[in-house]
Unconditional design. Sequence first.
Length: 256
Amino acid sequence: MWELIKAGGWLMFPLVLCSIAALAIIIERGIRLQHRKIAPSGLVQSLASTLHQGRITTKQLSDLQLSSPLGDLLATGIQHAGGGLEYMTLQMQNRASTLIHRLEKNLNLLGTIGNIAPLLGLLGTVLGIIESFLAVNVGGNSDPALLAAGISQALMSTAAGMVVAIPALTAYRHYQRKVADLSVEMEEQAGILLYVMHGAKHPTVIDDSDRDGSTESVHVPHTSSIVSNSVFAQKIAPKASTLSASTDSSVNSSQS
């Protein structure tokens, strides 16, 4: 192995470093981006009973926030529910952007390694071929066997660049798609939370951190009073009015 690295020229050493970095990122992201660690299934459903009871303690909220990125997103929504549906949705969107940015950690570096590794290999090959021809011209030796040996050694850097780039680009595309899928999953779970809180009985966040037995409650208002003012409601309102008008006209025509 060491002989092959030496034969490929000095540009083989950056390629070795790139391969080590790419392997480390692939392993680290493979461990971090497990579905059960990012978006556990049934997390919102487990919150439904607590929310329908109308209260949730700060300890439960803290445990939810630390459990997973999805739990962090849901806890953010519950914490800011008192500001109304629009404010709650905005805070959840901002938090989701931060969480997704964390999920994409080191992926750009992995993609960069996959892009530059073939270029480094090609550069090593070009430099090796130039050195071979210079050696032939300076030494006055026109033996094609010596020239072929030099070119074959120079091509090793190109092969090494391909070996580094193919797994790096494959893993980059895979993890990029996985982050997108997890983002959609978190968005769906956040939508379920909005629906659950819309049907819950005035959930209240209870501060149970006081040791003297007293509790401080923070009321989370019922969201049904502001659903009609949401962006979603404004979007579907024209469609609903059109559908209602067409239904009324059809009923009147049938009666006449």
